[in-house]
Design a protein. Structure first.
Length: 423
């Protein structure tokens, strides 16, 4: 199988710098009638001082500002056929505004209002926390959430920013002032970059600089060096149960901390991961789903976190099959370490891997979405080109050696949530 013909030049943005230092990455596409303006902040839960603070802050930006009461800004966006999306994770918080190109000039001042003048009305904060608390209580009834809530604190420690999980008491402890303080510190120009995609014009770029490139929107740079040199000491215990009496299914989550994205080993590790559990025809799926019938689905994947990525395998299985599934996972890892992958399977892996890759980059907005990942990972678009080179040059013997090097069962830590006595 030859290499896929992909125009990697699409991944390289037009780069600009606003007058106040904000980096802007632009992906023009005149064929679209839409523009997406996205503000990316290093303002995920890693940086919060109280549980729920970062997520609540991101979710409530624009829900009441100095000049627009609650919902008024959203209604104004609706008037122009525009809308706002909010997303936050452990490292980043992202605010995205979608607009028809012809109305972008009208929408930009509304973006400015949300980004500079949100006031977090007390009633909106209380309503949000009440809804999230109800959602939290529902999620505690799902074994998959119970496993995930146990896994990360166990790996990183309950006091580590990547290991902290919300508890019941946190919903009453968070206050409006906490959100205002977080907003003022982290939603600033010195902690921001902008990704612009679609059918924007030079005049639009000038307007973005005029509204967001001035001295009125500055601030202290957030502490991005906080996680450098992070060392995680794995707990001695290898397996842990989270009892949930009466559960008909058990949730399995097993994994370990990984090396940085910038490591030369990362690209070949992704191939090993893909062979094991990264696609529908993977070894874990063929064995545990198709042959044994223990689950509807099982997968392995890398959880992208800036300071310490995690490699994980997760699945929900029949309650009385959890131990058997863990045994089969170990067998598949051992088999990958013992025998070389066959040429037919390797060709299938290459084809499926590149198919997923091309699907991820199907349109301009998808390409622009990768920019956030590059910023998180500390790499550039050349990451994908080198990944393809590794994919098509790696040999069966090298895959076996990388599996031996990195898939160490002694480093895996496993959580099983479900009925008692599953392990």
């Amino acid at each position: 199988m030859g290499k896929m013909k992909f125009d990697y030049a699409r991944l390289y943005p037009r780069t600009e710098r606003l007058d106040n230092g904000i980096d802007l990455y632009a992906f023009p596409d005149a064929a679209l009638d839409l523009v997406r303006l996205e503000f990316v902040f290093d303002a995920g839960s890693y940086f919060q001082q109280k549980p729920l603070q970062a997520g609540a802050c991101c979710s409530l930006v624009g829900s009441g500002t100095e000049n627009y009461p609650a919902e008024a800004l959203s209604n104004e966006l609706d008037f122009y056929g525009a809308y706002m999306e909010r997303y936050s994770d452990r490292d980043q918080a992202c605010l995205s505004f979608y607009s028809l190109s012809r109305y972008f000039d009208n929408v930009l001042p509304l973006c400015e209002e949300a980004l500079k003048r949100s006031v977090f009305p007390q009633q909106e904060v209380e309503t949000y926390l009440r809804k999230q608390h109800r959602k939290f209580q529902v999620e505690l009834q799902r074994v998959s959430n119970l496993a995930r809530r146990e896994f990360y604190p166990w790996i990183f420690g309950k006091s580590h920013p990547y290991g902290i999980v919300a508890e019941e008491k946190d919903f009453s402890a968070l206050e409006r002032e906490d959100l205002l303080a977080f907003f003022r510190e982290y939603y600033r120009a010195d902690n921001c970059c902008i990704v612009l995609a679609g059918s924007f014009t030079e005049a639009h770029l000038e307007a973005v600089n005029r509204l967001f490139g001035g001295d009125d929107w500055r601030g202290r740079k957030a502490g991005l060096e906080a996680g450098k040199g992070m060392v995680v000491t794995l707990p001695e215990e290898h397996r842990r149960e989270v009892p949930f009496p009466g559960a008909l299914q058990a949730a399995i989550m097993t994994g370990m901390p990984l090396f940085p994205f910038q490591s030369p080993d990362f690209a070949p590790f992704r191939v090993v991961d893909y062979v094991l559990g990264g696609y529908f025809g993977s070894r874990l799926m063929r064995n545990i789903r198709e042959d044994k019938g223990y689950t509807y689905g099982i997968s392995s994947y890398v959880v992208p976190m800036r300071f310490m990525p995690v490699w994980a395998i997760s699945s929900e299985v029949k309650a009385d099959c959890a131990g058997k599934v863990l045994d089969e996972i170990e067998k598949e890892i051992e088999d990958l370490q013992r025998k070389e992958i066959g040429p037919d399977e390797l060709e299938l892996v290459r084809s499926a891997f590149m198919g997923d890759f091309l699907q991820e980059l199907d349109g301009t907005f998808d390409v622009a979405e990768r920019m956030k990942l590059f910023l998180l990972m500390g790499v550039g678009p050349e990451f994908y080109r080198s990944q393809e080179e590794v994919l098509f040059s790696i040999t069966p013997a090298e895959i076996r050696e990388y599996a031996r090097k990195f898939l160490d069962p002694g480093k895996l830590r496993t959580v099983v949530a479900g009925a008692e006595g599953l392990l």
